[in-house]
Design a protein around this ligand. Structure first.
Ligand code: HEC
Ligand code: HEC
Ligand code: HEC
Ligand code: HEC
Ligand code: HEC
Length: 467
């Protein structure tokens, strides 16, 4: 094109000359390339999956970077339009296309250089920081209860994403989207307290894609022996042992076989989101015969309830975030020697102090140790004078138990998240196994009691198990 042609007000000019003629389109180019580069750096870093499913990275990938990209892409035509108008009005000289190419080339080079040097470093550092447990423990404050419980669980070496994110790109995408939604709720401070359990909000990934990648359904466990030591709430903290055999079984029978054996399918309807009330169960055996068990009541209201396929997590719902019952936590600490059995009424006082209710973590941190000390000072002054350091240590142990189970600001307290594996602290197995639905609940169906609350059961000596 000759200069005259270019200057003509209605001339058709190469886009490139227009692009280079206005700062708005140049800014658009800069933003779009920066967004492109950031994606290039963040995506591969994150596709490996991270230790903690981090919603902040989701925000970066799904909100911030696309916003910058689209802003950039919108600014380019806007700048071209503005350039065309200014040239049309004769306000600007037209750039020669060779100059335009050079200008754009230089500009892109500069932006790329800046992106590579600063962008890659900054994004890399930011993403790395977001993946640290420190960041999650401290910043993703909402998940503190689960994070804390996970650190004490048998699965503390299993990453969060192994159970919470389905494998493959779609699982990764779904998790990032939901993480982004959750973070928005945190920023707007409108998330529920306590936050819903994964089953309650129906966000649980199928056990086929989580548990069963590590634990084969065909695993045979046979019958195990459980020894449960507990301490009475008397002055001596009297210890006793309960021994039971547990028919866990495997594909051919027992507890696992009955619900998860080959060909067996079970569905149930729940009347509440937490799935604590189960009025209807359907059992399909390996031969395809179907039995249904329903609580007496209105059949049409039963039919309207949501139905779920039975999975590992219907019994093992707390494999990674098991919150304790206060008396069991105290029993465990007494058994481990973290609380001294020698202190009179240790069990009773400990349970009382743990369950007293404190407005904040700080209040608990002040009151639990000081009230324990005061109890011994006033009721057992001679014990206090002899065992003051042990009493102080016991106060710290109690506080640690409290801090891993109760989170006042998130409204998580004793029993907020019930454990379905059992029936003594929460309905658990008895949600289904009870008379009104006529599902077997004989005491020897699942386990055999060998000793109940005995001081020193013979059977433990026979088995060579020192309690
Ligand atoms: C071994 C599997 C497993 C691992 C590992 C795991 N979780 Fe969970 N998580 C679960 C299951 C199962 C539930 C559902 C419990 C329910 O619905 O009763 C759950 C529930 C949750 C909930 C919902 C609130 C609640 O307590 O029900 C949050 C939040 C959570 N997990 C966060 C995490 C974080 C953070 C990590 C890593 C530090 C993690 N999880 C690791 C299995 C796991
Ligand atoms: C990444 C592999 C992995 C995944 C996924 C996983 N587990 Fe495990 N699980 C393990 C390992 C390893 C152990 C043994 C840990 C130990 O004994 O310290 C274990 C132990 C267990 C135990 C015995 C715990 C105990 O108290 O000794 C149960 C029950 C269990 N897992 C259930 C589950 C369930 C339910 C899920 C799915 C929600 C699941 N696991 C997901 C690897 C996994
Ligand atoms: C009907 C309830 C129920 C279902 C469903 C269930 N389990 Fe279990 N499971 C139990 C009970 C009860 C125990 C024994 C617990 C004990 O001894 O304290 C157990 C024990 C285990 C153990 C420990 C075994 C050992 O060596 O002692 C593992 C691992 C386990 N289950 C994994 C799974 C997996 C994986 C699934 C899903 C494929 C599953 N369970 C489904 C009830 C269930
Ligand atoms: C969602 C409902 C549901 C839950 C929860 C449930 N079960 Fe079952 N269970 C059933 C049904 C239904 C049957 C089959 C009953 C029948 O055939 O009469 C069954 C069968 C059994 C059997 C075999 C009984 C037999 O006659 O041989 C055992 C053992 C068992 N369950 C143990 C457990 C244990 C342990 C738990 C808790 C950890 C549990 N169940 C939780 C519904 C449930
Ligand atoms: C449907 C299966 C099932 C039936 C029926 C059943 N139990 Fe259990 N029971 C369990 C499971 C599972 C546990 C928990 C094991 C664990 O803690 O891991 C348990 C635990 C216990 C414990 C130990 C509690 C503790 O301190 O930890 C006692 C005691 C007990 N059952 C008594 C009974 C009695 C009494 C009956 C009859 C009324 C009964 N059970 C019927 C499945 C069953």
């Amino acid at each position: 094109m000759t200069p005259e042609e270019l200057l003509a007000p209605d001339a058709r000019r190469p886009l490139i000359t227009l692009l280079a003629s206005h700062w708005v389109s140049m800014l658009g180019v800069a933003l779009a390339t920066t967004a492109g580069f950031s994606w290039l750096f963040v995506l591969p870093l994150h596709l490996h999956g991270s230790r903690v499913d981090n919603p902040y990275i989701g925000i970066l990938i799904f909100l911030i970077i696309p916003a910058i990209l689209f802003l950039g892409l919108a600014l380019i035509p806007a700048g071209i339009f503005l350039a065309r108008r200014r040239i049309g009005r004769g306000l600007t000289a037209v750039v020669d296309s060779r100059v335009a190419w050079r200008r754009i080339g230089l500009f892109l080079g500069l932006i790329t250089f800046v992106n590579v040097v600063i962008g890659s470093q900054a994004t890399y550092r930011a993403v790395q920081h977001m993946e640290t447990e420190q960041f999650c423990g401290q910043t993703c404050h909402v998940m503190k209860p689960e994070f804390t419980a996970w650190q004490h669980a048998p699965h503390s070496r299993v990453e969060c994403v192994e159970c919470h994110v389905a494998p493959g790109a779609s699982g990764w995408l779904a998790s990032k989207m939901s993480g982004t939604r959750q973070l928005t709720a945190v920023v707007l401070n409108n998330f529920p307290r306590p936050i819903q359990s994964a089953m309650e909000s129906n966000r649980l990934v199928s056990s086929l894609e989580t548990c069963e990648r590590c634990h084969a359904r065909t695993g045979e466990t046979g019958t195990g022996v459980k020894v449960i030591s507990s301490f009475k709430e008397d002055e001596k903290n009297t210890r006793s042992e309960t021994v039971l055999t547990m028919h866990t079984g495997g594909p051919r029978g027992g507890i696992h076989g009955a619900h998860m054996g080959p060909g067996i399918q079970m569905r149930y309807a729940a009347a509440d989101a937490k799935r604590q009330t189960i009025p209807w169960v359907e059992y399909r055996d390996a031969k395809g015969a179907v039995k249904t068990f329903a609580a007496p009541g209105n059949a049409s209201s039963l039919a309207s309830l949501p139905r779920y396929e039975m999975q590992c997590v219907d019994c093992h719902n707390r494999p990674a975030h098991s919150f304790e019952a206060p008396d069991r936590a105290v029993d465990a600490a007494l058994r481990a020697g973290e609380l001294p059995v020698s202190l009179p009424f240790m069990k009773k006082t400990a349970v009382q102090l743990l369950t007293a209710g404190y407005a904040t973590e700080d209040a608990a941190a002040k009151e639990i140790p000081s009230k324990l000390a005061r109890f011994y000072q006033s009721s057992y002054p001679d014990v206090y004078s002899r065992q003051a350091p042990e009493i102080a240590a016991a106060g710290r142990t109690l506080l640690a138990i409290y801090n891993r189970n109760v989170f006042p600001d998130l409204k998580v307290t004793w029993g907020t998240y019930p454990n379905n594996l059992g029936h003594t602290d929460a309905p658990g197995c008895f949600r289904c196994h009870e008379d009104t639905k006529q599902i077997a609940n004989d005491c020897n169906l699942c386990h055999q009691m060998v000793a109940v609350d005995e001081p020193s059961p013979e059977v433990l000596k026979t088995l060579g198990i020192a309690p």
